[in-house]
Design a protein around this ligand. Structure first.
Ligand code: CTP
Length: 411
């Protein structure tokens, strides 16, 4: 059974109050529900609970120092911020609330918070008088007006001896707020492509040399399958045009599967369905060249060398880019270096609305894996950077972006 927070990346910010110890239960519960939890602790939180506890419970590295960069190829607070589906601060002290309200960035957590574009939830915990202080209330109001969601503290006996409001909400309750948030988000996304016709191409084309031999590529079809499932989950009418793939396509009555072999077959399959399509995503790896001749019977071994003459295939995406009117066109650029440069060039050359670039030579990205690392560009430049996330998540984010853009264009 799918866990309620499966596939979700949550940054859990733990700040320095006595309730920091509850961060352990929170980390454990969120992780058990399937979330990938990246804990960031403030220096004062470390006075109350150890990094090791949270690392053991989350099975992830715990962050606290902005300058402790272990991987020279990335900047942690930016990567973490980009990967997050949600930032949760629990417990949140008066200090972090003030820093957030005023945009201070003097440690790992506050810096990540400024870089994050994901929704933010804050569960305060402090002394009742601190919680009622006009400065704190003003900061909370400021954050409210920016869309930060507060998980109100409970009333009861506080660690300082007072009875009143200020006790961190119980971890179970905080986890249900988080679950409800993602459930509501999924419901909203469920209708995002309702009534839209979406064509997805997947897999690698096969260019025949003879009846038993062919030229193909490493594409597994996984990204295209993930896109088909995501489009379906958002209510679209999906046609999946699949060339050679490693696995069978998704079995879903709402996904019409058309199997093709060559680039030419794919061209014809796409063209005949293109007219009334709303979104087309070309995740397939299409051969750029095919043998000029495809022998009718198996080629027998003869001389020491054999020369195959290859001729260019039709560029399907470029052809569509030339004739598109209402259709929203998304291409992929699988590169082995200079991904940004090539992707932007393809976006312009093929007249695309969005292009998804990935460097397939990076571990965790590209062919055959269940994860990907992509950057999405439009004509204006970078739109979304997705560090290592599942292909399902890339698919969901890409299609949500497309649905927002289509809705925006229709206004
Ligand atoms: N594409 C296509 N038809 C082709 C070749 C590519 O529709 N004959 C599409 C792919 O499905 C992908 C995008 O174009 O969405 C980019 O594919 P890619 O092979 O990276 O681009 P090319 O233009 O072929 O450039 P190159 O191979 O030189 O990198």
């Amino acid at each position: 059974m799918l866990k309620s927070l499966q596939g979700k990346t949550i940054i859990l910010g733990i700040t320095g109050g006595i309730a920091a110890y509850k961060g352990a239960a929170l980390t454990s519960k969120l992780t058990q529900k399937g979330a990938e939890v990246h804990v960031i602790m403030t220096a004062s939180a470390k006075q109350f609970i150890t990094e090791l506890t949270l690392q053991s419970l989350s099975k992830q590295r715990v962050y606290s120092d902005t300058f402790q960069e272990r991987d020279p190829s990335s900047i942690s607070h930016i990567d973490l911020a980009d990967a997050a589906d949600l930032v949760l601060i629990a417990p949140a002290t008066a200090n972090i609330i003030a820093k957030m309200a005023h945009g201070l960035a003097d440690d790992m957590l506050s810096t990540t918070l400024l870089a994050a574009t994901a929704p933010v939830m804050v569960a305060p915990a402090m002394n009742v008088h601190m919680y009622q202080h006009p400065a704190v209330l003003a900061n909370i109001n400021t954050l409210h007006s920016r869309g930060v969601q507060f998980i109100e503290p409970g009333e009861g006996l506080l660690a300082c001896g007072y009875v009143g409001k200020g006790r961190l909400e119980e971890p179970e309750t905080i986890v249900s707020v988080v679950e409800n948030y993602f459930a509501a988000q999924a419901n909203a996304a469920a209708g995002a492509l309702a009534g839209k016709k979406v064509i997805i191409t997947a897999g690698g084309t096969i260019e025949r040399i003879d009846p038993v031999r062919y030229i193909s590529n490493d594409s597994s079809g996984k990204m295209g399958f993930a896109l088909s499932r995501a489009a379906r989950a958002m209510g679209a009418e999906v046609t999946l045009i699949a060339a050679r793939t490693d696995e069978a396509p998704p079995q879903d009555p709402g996904i019409r599967v058309v199997r093709v072999e060559s680039a030419q077959d794919m061209y014809e399959a796409v063209m005949s369905r293109w007219k009334d399509c709303d979104i087309l995503v070309k995740a397939a790896a299409v051969a750029d060249y095919r043998p000029r001749e495809s022998a009718e019977s198996k080629i027998k071994k003869s001389g020491d060398t054999l020369t195959l003459e290859l001729v260019k295939t039709t560029d399907i995406l470029e052809s569509l880019g030339k004739i598109k009117d209402k259709q929203f066109l998304i291409g992929f650029a699988a590169e082995t270096g200079n991904a940004e440069f090539y992707a932007k060039d393809k976006l312009v050359r093929k007249n695309l609305d969005l292009i998804v670039a990935n460097d397939v030579s990076t571990e965790g990205a590209g062919f055959g894996t269940d994860t990907n690392i992509v950057s999405i560009y439009d004509a204006g430049g970078l739109v979304l950077d997705l560090p290592l996330v599942s292909k399902d998540e890339v698919a969901r984010k890409l299609l949500l972006l497309a649905s927002e853009r289509i809705a925006g264009a229709a206004l």
